[in-house]
Write a protein of this length. Structure first.
Length: 144
């Protein structure tokens, strides 16, 4: 079982960035916690974050037939990127869409996502824990 944790733009600033929306935990903390889970469940977890669309798209392409499930927080690209959506469709890897904040409680431009209708499910507003819940879901999904 191979899982990719993929985070989009500005998420490298977690912990420093708008803590009211995103909390105080850093991306490094999240990735470490996820690696602990992965070790515990004997899963190969790859973590990747990028601030540009092309790097994210390349990572998705490289995952073709190499990764069984993606935990994806597309960050601002959630609301803008047809290219990233198309990349997810191209590789056809099941994924959960994750947002730390409740995007529906925020500005209306965050209410639409280019990913929700092609995701297995969406988690938003549960903070960093959302990544752990998504990981648990992925385990169940891959067992079926
Ligand atoms: C986010 C929500 C997006 O609207 C925003 O652009 C982000 C982070 C979240 O995790 O809550 O960068 O995806």
């Amino acid at each position: 079982r191979r899982i990719l944790l993929l985070n989009g733009p500005n998420l490298n600033m977690l912990g420093k960035r708008e803590p009211k929306h995103y909390g105080h935990i850093s991306l490094n903390d999240i990735e470490q916690r996820m690696q602990e889970l992965a070790t515990h469940y004997n899963v190969k977890l790859t973590c990747f974050q990028a601030n540009s669309e092309d790097k994210l798209i390349d990572k998705i392409h490289q995952s073709f037939q190499q990764i069984d499930f993606i935990l994806l927080n597309p960050a601002a690209y959630t609301h803008t990127s047809v290219a990233l959506r198309d990349a997810m469709l191209a590789v056809s890897i099941p994924f959960v869409e994750i947002h730390l904040s409740n995007i529906h409680k925020r500005e209306s431009f965050r209410h639409h996502s280019y990913f929700s209708d092609i995701a297995e499910g969406v988690i938003c507003g549960l903070g960093a824990k959302g990544y752990e819940f998504a990981f648990q879901f992925a385990l169940n999904y891959l067992e079926e």
